[in-house]
Design a protein around this ligand. Structure first.
Ligand code: SR1
Ligand code: MG
Length: 400
């Protein structure tokens, strides 16, 4: 068994060489670390012809906080296996695992360096025509093929066990559903938001909705989720869209991934009010974001229904009308989880660069206020959402 030690540039390069799989024995390799996420080390190893691979390694603690926040190394195994499982059913939109070593908590991945991280692209105002469609295909296929509609019940239970991810789920349980709704030292928001935050914490209907969403997150193993679909977990270019980083993966409610993704598009929507000065340009980007949300929901619904109508194996789940009922609940969950993402990214521990890096303090505060209010409205209205069109109309009415 090879022992765990955190890599540096030199040991990462030697490790890749020792695998003997990716470069010729006499290749001249260089290596640098460029991870800027909250948790892990990420190295790029390349030869003189610019052939490259990515080596990702989990640290035994959360990188963004330090050694005072220990974190299981098993998340590296979970991440590699979720990528493999999602890659089996949706290779077009899942980053490819080339090698995994659980003892070293290390995974070698295809280098997507020709693509860019979606968050930075949206912040810069760049748009991607197929984003909504591609992400919808990823959500529809991964959520259908690992659900009760398709998997044999015994196999599904074994997979739920394999993907039990208590420590990473605990982070989400705390950061999404607890911290923002009470005093907590991890929270982070300007004093000027305090009144709005206090109101939110005093609203019993809102707190009950959050409780319902948390309860469903705890105990609704509908499918194998990615678990952390923010715009920093998506690589894009004009042709392709690829999901990375599913270390928070586990069997949970389908609406959680969808809601997180849409929440991040809406966080960018709020941020652009403080970023793009020219009204026509801002309107264009706002329309793009709303259209992407609409396309994503409609395509998800259509693809998921087609898959379910053609491939559902469970007999009872084929009852007429049940697929539509199930999807309606997924939509309501999506709107609720979307609301929690907006709120926790505004007043909780982990913020998004879209808003946090707005240079002008008053513009930043306006974006934060809008995100918080939008999150609240989404939570309070989630139950009234009965169709993808309802979803779209509700979002439009809240942002205008
Ligand atoms: C301590 S981890 C903070 C956040 O970063 C991850 O990407 C997840 O979104 C998590 O909530
Ligand atoms: Mg991540």
């Amino acid at each position: 068994m090879s022992k765990y030690a955190a890599f540096n540039n030199e040991t990462a390069l030697n490790y890749i060489k020792s695998l003997g799989m990716f470069f010729s024995a006499d290749a001249e390799l260089t290596c640098y670390e460029f991870g800027d996420g909250n948790l892990n080390l990420v190295f790029r190893i390349l030869d003189t012809d610019n052939n490259s691979v990515i080596l990702k390694q989990a640290l035994p603690y959360a990188r963004c906080v330090g050694e005072s926040w220990p974190l299981t190394l098993d998340r590296a195994r979970i991440e590699a296996q979720v990528l493999q499982k999602h890659g089996e059913v949706c290779p077009a939109h899942t980053a490819k695992v080339l090698h995994h070593d659980s003892d070293k908590a290390a995974t070698v991945l295809e280098d997507l360096g020709a693509m860019n991280i979606l968050r930075g692209e949206l912040i810069a105002g760049r748009t991607f025509e197929n984003l909504g469609l591609h992400v919808a295909q990823y959500f529809a296929t991964t959520s259908f093929y690992y659900s009760d509609f398709y998997l044999n019940p015994q196999d599904k239970k074994a997979q739920i066990q394999n993907f039990t991810n208590p420590e990473l789920c605990a982070i989400t349980e705390d950061l999404f559903f607890d911290d923002p709704y009470r005093e907590c030292e991890r929270n982070n928001y300007p004093i000027a938001l305090a009144e709005q935050v206090n109101q939110l914490r005093k609203n019993p209907t809102l707190l009950c909705t959050v409780a319902r969403l948390k309860s469903k997150f705890f105990s609704s193993p509908q499918t194998l989720l990615h678990g952390d679909v923010h715009t920093g977990s998506i690589f894009v270019n004009a042709e392709q869209t690829k999901l990375i980083d599913p270390e928070f993966g586990f069997f949970g409610p389908i609406g959680f991934d969808l809601g997180s993704f849409i929440g991040n598009l809406l966080l960018n929507y709020c941020a652009q009010n403080g970023r793009i000065k020219e009204p026509p340009k801002r309107r264009d980007l706002h329309s793009y974001l709303l259209n992407t949300i609409s396309t994503c929901l409609q395509q998800f619904e259509q693809s998921w229904l087609t898959l379910a109508q053609q491939h559902t194996r469970d007999l009872a789940l084929q009852a007429p009308g049940y697929l539509e009922l199930f999807l309606q609940e997924v939509l309501q969950d999506t709107m609720g989880y979307c609301g929690t993402e907006l709120i926790r990214r505004t007043i909780g521990l982990a913020h998004v660069a879209d808003i946090a890096e707005i240079a002008d303090e008053s513009q930043r505060l306006l974006a934060q206020k809008q995100a918080l209010q939008l999150g609240e409205q989404l939570l309070l209205n989630a139950k009234s959402c009965r169709s993808t069109d309802d979803f779209y109309q509700l979002v439009i009415s809240f942002v205008h």
